[in-house]
Design a protein around this ligand. Structure first.
Ligand SMILES: [Zn+2]
Length: 486
């Protein structure tokens, strides 16, 4: 009896202490309320933000709103005395172009389309080699030749274009059934972090009607597949002039300093940009993508800041970062990972939230109590047990890990900002609700958000961040990132 007494007292004391601790954490988690999430999202996904396209006024308004919230919570600026990390963006824009075949001027979008990544210049084409449809016979010599090919499947086309470039073809004309097209010509190319060099490749897409004029014979897709692979004499000229637009955007960073492990960091991230307006000026509100994640980051930051004010601040430094450029190719997070404000080897984890306000209509299971958890089986063997025990203690949600497989055809592991942390070796978890019909459409609006479910998901992230910020060690990095590049 006596021998048992001491451990029992200790056990009871320990359990009591754990319960007090648990109660305290729950108190701060309870400040993450559906009503509060709704209030913030109604601003982020409002018409005033114009769909938050990177390098537009709408994105800057969203950044200013987030910065003000971080200040209001009492977070410190993450970039010296600024809450914003500015980064440059470059975008090629076509200022003039023309295509003539047999002396006649053709119409853009009706007869032809020029990709903004195409090289600039003036070309006269007197001879063109037709490769046949589908894959190219790689024994042919295309050096200094203009090449005509079919569009076909995107993956095949991409590999053909790559092969033609590597083998020094002069340029390519692709015959596409996508022309004539209804939409207007968009002179702007992709944004990128570096200015594009003009070693680009002239790359022209033409309609079957334009191809018929070019070859002086009627061409449809059946005729194209029968056409002999050889050089053809043609009379064509095209001209393209571009300018490079220099733009900028920002990541918004708020910091809550830790108490005793101040030089170690826990990141909670989301992207605040979206895709702006459609060609016809209709706003893509991006309430779920990723207004929901941005709002969750704000609410989690507020909960941590409240805890700190009551003397329960986290041991590690919390960094709350909302990035832009995600929809342009994860550019804001890529810039961050190349220009980190805090050492990446001291960054214990990135918890990235991208789309947590909706229900995947195909979800089989408790659709009011689930989240897809992606990446917690990689980089650190600490992550999954933490997620599971936190969920068991506090949330009891269905954690669906089906997308953890890097060979999953959806490739979600590569498709949000956590990827840029993971590729630098920082353990990550990506929280996600799956897709739905309103994805990247003007109908991704706030009315369709399930705030009760979003609250649960944000709480799960909060508890996980709390645990990782307060445990004795950083997450160990004991699993190599054995996945192909994006
Ligand atoms: Zn997104």
């Amino acid at each position: 009896m006596k021998r048992l007494l001491l451990p029992l007292v200790l056990l009871l004391a320990f359990t009591a202490e754990a319960q007090v601790k648990e109660k305290k954490i729950r108190k701060y988690a309870e400040t993450i309320k559906a009503k509060e999430l709704n209030k913030k999202l109604s601003i982020i996904a409002s018409a005033e933000m114009e769909g938050r396209e990177t390098a537009t006024e709408g994105q800057r308004k969203a950044a200013a709103y987030i910065e003000n919230k971080f200040k209001e919570f009492g977070l410190q600026p993450g970039n010296g005395n600024s809450y914003q990390q500015v980064y440059p963006l470059y975008q090629d824009s076509i200022t003039s172009q023309s295509l003539m075949i047999n002396g006649a001027v053709l119409d853009v979008m009706k007869d032809y389309y020029l990709d903004a990544s195409s090289a600039t210049g003036n070309w006269t084409i007197n001879n063109i080699y037709f490769t046949g449809t589908g894959m190219i016979d790689t024994t042919i010599d295309v050096k200094d030749k203009w090449v005509l090919t079919d569009e076909g499947r995107f993956a095949v086309l991409r590999s053909k274009i790559g092969w033609l470039r590597r083998n020094k073809a002069k340029g390519v004309i692709v015959v596409s059934k996508g022309l004539p097209a209804k939409e207007r010509f968009n002179p702007k190319g992709r944004m990128s972090l570096q200015p594009a060099s003009n070693n680009g490749f002239p790359y022209l897409t033409v309609s079957f009607s334009a191809a018929s004029k070019l070859l002086n014979t009627q061409i449809d897709s059946a005729a194209l597949s029968q056409l002999i692979k050889k050089d053809y004499s043609v009379d064509a000229a095209f001209n393209v002039v571009k300018t490079t637009l220099k733009l900028e955007s920002t990541n918004v960073v708020g910091v809550l300093p830790g108490t005793d492990k101040t030089d170690e960091y826990v990141f909670v991230t989301a992207h605040y940009d979206h895709i702006g307006k459609t060609a016809d000026g209709v706003i893509n509100y991006g309430a779920d993508d990723d207004g929901s994640g941005t709002t969750s980051v704000l609410q989690i930051a507020e909960a941590f800041a409240k805890a700190k004010k009551k003397g329960h601040g986290p041991r590690r430094t919390m960094v709350f970062m909302t990035v832009s450029g995600e929809e342009k190719g994860l550019l804001g997070s890529e810039y961050y990972s190349e220009h980190p404000l805090f050492p990446l080897d001291k960054t214990s984890v990135d918890l990235n939230i991208d789309m947590v306000g909706r229900i995947d209509p195909k979800y089989k299971g408790d659709s009011l109590n689930y989240v897809f958890v992606i990446g917690d089986d990689k980089l650190s063997s600490d992550l999954k047990p933490i997620t599971d025990s936190i969920n068991k203690t506090y949330m009891s949600m269905e954690l669906d890990r089906r997308y953890n497989d890097v060979n999953d055809p959806n490739r979600f592991y590569y498709r949000s900002d956590h990827y840029n942390f993971a590729k630098k070796g920082v353990p990550i978890i990506f929280y996600f609700n799956g897709t739905h019909a309103d994805y990247h459409r003007p109908t991704d609006t706030i009315e369709k958000i399930n705030f009760k479910l979003m609250e649960k998901r944000a709480k799960l992230v909060f508890y996980t961040a709390w645990e990782i910020a307060n445990r004795d060690g950083m997450l160990k990095r004991d699993i190599p990132l054995n996945v192909p590049a994006r």
